[in-house]
Design a binder for this molecule. Structure first.
Ligand code: BGC
Length: 740
């Protein structure tokens, strides 16, 4: 029961969030989240009435996105739906084909990278609550989201689906999202548990890392999802971990997830990630899902009936799994639920939620000559160049695709927001083309995805240069898309695809008033672009309202407040997994960089990134000062109250993300040069100052001791640093931790 009690601080903050959002929301945090004991006897009696076949019918898919129910006893199927960017369209029961419905158009929300770039947990709650409503409107019980794997390599095909390279930011965004979804009588399925950080060989690769790295980097968000977010379901990943597939991994599923963290919900397999019958069940899997084949051929179907009959597995063991499923069905009111949330789909309120997230996600990377926000006085024409100005990104990417009626492209956003007196000269600039010749692919084991054609089409180039020349300002929309960045493959390199680098260079030569806007979910090599362009903006696969939010940032209606949730390296070889030559491995991959993932590596090894973790500019200028702690010295179970002042010294209202990093120079074990341990996004009006406090529990400063097999806070000196990014530290203060 322990894990179903919501942490009180979190509860308070979520209550505050919810109090501002009444319209489509329930308006209360469900304290009834704990699995109700009164269902216990009902569950037992249901189980006593079930045949072995009926029980086993509940343990595997009986359609592409539902596991079986028992109609005669009033037990419904457990109905699932993807995914991370919004509710996926209805799929046929027996194949991946669309069900062809007309009423399943949904809101397309910003991809996780964009959500993370907001550095705003309240918006993560907004997202969860909004998408939870949509899941209910489609009568679903389980949303296959959030996806919270750590971004280990910038080349990862699913980088855009995940939040960040940092475990602290990851958990601070995952938990409110989960609470938001589950406030709507629908459960999350937190995926992909765990150490699923590459697409290359994802179905087989055996991931190896030391225990400390696992605990400090790859598990914290999953742990918080259970112990603070109270997630009712978890998805086992495709890959292996220390020899065993993650859907039959006793250590991860039984020992860590259930015994240590007290997880009481259900473990669902990733689609076709199961490799055994008795072993999977005994080692912690509850429901097997898969890709098209007769459902009775699943490992947890006829084979399990045979194993039970042969007494290779006891009926008691089977009952245990059935019981867990019944628990969560009761929990979301799928069984005997009164007043279950009905939800709503693709409403204006939900599009507004998508807008609000997109609005805080855009990252201003460079604005040297202050071209941005665009000053329109005297501007008669704007060249909008690049296929990404018109490219739609809602669909694609397997389970992360969304069928939507609204996706405002960057070009449409500008058309919506600019006065009709300003002429937009659109030119496609580059073509999204892929090589059909897979020879390069064979030579490069890291690549099993699409290979871009990097030559520009001369006619398209010419059109772009004419548009740039004949316009007062040019904006090039470059980057990638959901075909190039996708599940099931990793990228080969960081290069900008489709000849974009050359295009940008030539457009800049034609018109120095050129702004470059990246639309992408993962880092790219922007060295050349950065050198040549004076203004550089980063946007994401940014949801139904992405184009409007982006136009508002470019035109200054919105002051950008996004910060990078990962490090943008200068070269791929600078990134830890690549510097240690430990990506993608082969049959196995050893995470040789250990705890030094992302900026932890760059800072410790003193490598200059192109843009550091946490980086993002504003149209105004924030000054941070007066860093203080409430005491100089702390005991092991204290909280540190870190306070400081933020002044908006510029002319524009705006939000700043104050970031708290900690170093522990006296540590007896290896530590990263610094680690993010707190942050706060604050709105400050131009000319105003605000006092800000971040509470840092000393237990956040613990490292995982492999010797003691527990978290240890070392007494000693710690430096607390407050900054605007991991490389823009403004003030530093020292505190001591003394033994209790
Ligand atoms: C993905 C999951 C997704 C599932 C169902 C798998 O390929 O890894 O994230 O939820 O398919 O579409």
């Amino acid at each position: 029961m322990r894990n179903f009690i919501i942490n009180s601080t979190l509860l308070l903050s979520v209550l505050l969030i919810i109090s501002c959002k009444q319209e489509t929301k329930k308006g209360i945090v469900p304290l009834s989240n704990s699995i109700s004991l009164k269902n216990e006897s009902e569950i037992d009696s249901l189980i006593s009435l079930m045949t072995l076949e009926e029980k086993i019918g509940m343990l595997h898919g009986n359609s592409m996105f539902a596991s079986g129910g028992v109609e005669r006893l009033g037990i419904p199927e457990l109905k699932m739906v993807d995914g991370p960017l919004g509710i996926r369209e209805e799929i046929s029961r027996n194949s991946w084909a669309s069900a062809g419905l007309k009423n399943d158009f949904a809101t397309y929300y910003p991809a996780a990278g964009g959500v993370a770039a907001t550095w705003n947990p309240e918006l993560s709650y907004t997202f969860g609550n909004s998408v939870g409503q949509e899941a209910r409107a489609r009568d679903k019980d389980m949303l296959l989201s959030p996806a919270i794997n750590i971004i280990r390599t910038p080349l990862g095909g699913r980088t855009y689906e995940y939040f960040t390279e940092d475990p602290f930011l990851n958990k601070k965004l995952a938990v409110p999202f989960i609470l938001g979804v589950q406030d709507n009588d629908v459960m999350v399925c937190v995926k992909h548990f765990a150490a699923n950080n590459q697409e290359t060989n994802r179905g087989t690769v055996d991931v190896l890392m030391d225990e400390r790295t696992l605990r400090e980097i790859y598990l914290p968000a999953f742990k918080a999802a259970i112990t603070e977010g109270n997630a009712y379901s978890v998805m086992g990943a495709y890959n292996r971990f220390r020899g065993d597939y993650l859907c039959e991994n006793d250590y991860m599923l039984n020992k860590v997830l259930r015994d240590e963290w007290g997880f009481k919900g259900v473990v669902v397999s990733d689609w076709a990630a199961v490799h055994s019958t008795v072993k999977s069940l005994k080692n912690g899997l509850d429901i097997e899902m898969g890709t098209p084949k007769p459902f009775n051929e699943y490992y947890l179907a006829d084979k399990l009936i045979a194993a039970a009959k042969a007494e290779e597995i006891s009926e008691e063991e089977i009952n245990k799994h059935v019981k867990r499923i019944l628990h969560v069905l009761f929990q979301v009111k799928a069984i005997s639920g009164t007043n279950r949330v009905k939800g709503s789909l693709a409403t204006e309120a939900h599009y507004k939620d998508a807008y609000d997230i997109a609005a805080e996600s855009v990252v201003l990377l460079k604005n040297e000559k202050q071209i941005l926000p665009l000053k329109l006085d005297g501007v008669n024409s704007i060249a909008v160049i690049g296929n990404n100005a018109i490219k739609k990104n809602a669909s694609g990417g397997f389970g992360a695709g969304v069928k939507t009626k609204r996706e405002i492209t960057p070009l449409e956003g500008l058309q919506n927001r600019l006065s009709k007196n300003i002429k937009i000269n659109y030119a496609e600039g580059y073509l999204e083309r892929y090589s059909e010749n897979n020879n390069d692919q064979k030579e490069d084991v890291t690549h099993n995805g699409p290979i871009p054609v990097n030559e520009l089409d001369p006619i398209k180039l010419e059109e772009a240069l004419i548009a740039a020349k004949n316009s007062d300002v040019a904006i090039v929309f470059a980057g990638s898309n959901r075909d190039y960045e996708t599940e099931a493959s990793d990228r080969t390199n960081l290069k900008l695809p489709f000849g974009q680098e050359e295009l940008i260079k030539k457009v800049l030569a034609e018109n120095p008033n050129t702004i470059v806007v990246m639309i992408a979910g993962a880092p790219f090599d922007l060295k050349e672009v950065e050198k040549n362009a004076s203004s550089l903006v980063w946007s994401w696969f940014n949801g139904s309202e992405g184009g409007n939010a982006l136009a508002d940032v470019l035109l200054g209606t919105l002051n950008p407040s996004g910060k990078l949730p990962w490090t943008m390296p200068k070269n791929i070889e600078d990134s830890p997994a690549h510097a240690t030559n430990s990506f993608p491995g082969d049959e196995s991959v050893t995470y040789k960089e250990g705890i030094l993932v992302g900026y932890r590596w760059f800072d410790t090894k003193k490598i200059e990134p192109l843009y550091p973790f946490g980086f993002g500019l504003s149209y105004t200028n924030f000054e941070i000062s007066d860093l203080k702690t409430d005491k100089p010295s702390y005991l092991l179970d204290d909280n540190i109250e870190v306070s400081f002042s933020i002044k908006n010294a510029g002319n524009t209202d705006g939000k700043e993300v104050a970031q708290l990093y900690v170093s522990n120079p006296t540590s007896s074990v290896e530590k990263a040069a610094q680690e993010l341990k707190g942050f706060k996004k604050v709105f400050v009006k131009s000319g105003d100052s605000k006092n800000v406090t971040i509470t840092l529990p000393i237990k956040e400063l613990a490292y995982y001791s492999e010797v003691k097999k527990e978290w240890v806070v070392e007494p000693g000196t710690y430096n607390l640093k407050i900054g605007k990014s991991s490389r823009d530290i403004i003030q530093e203060i020292q505190i001591n931790i003394v033994p209790n």
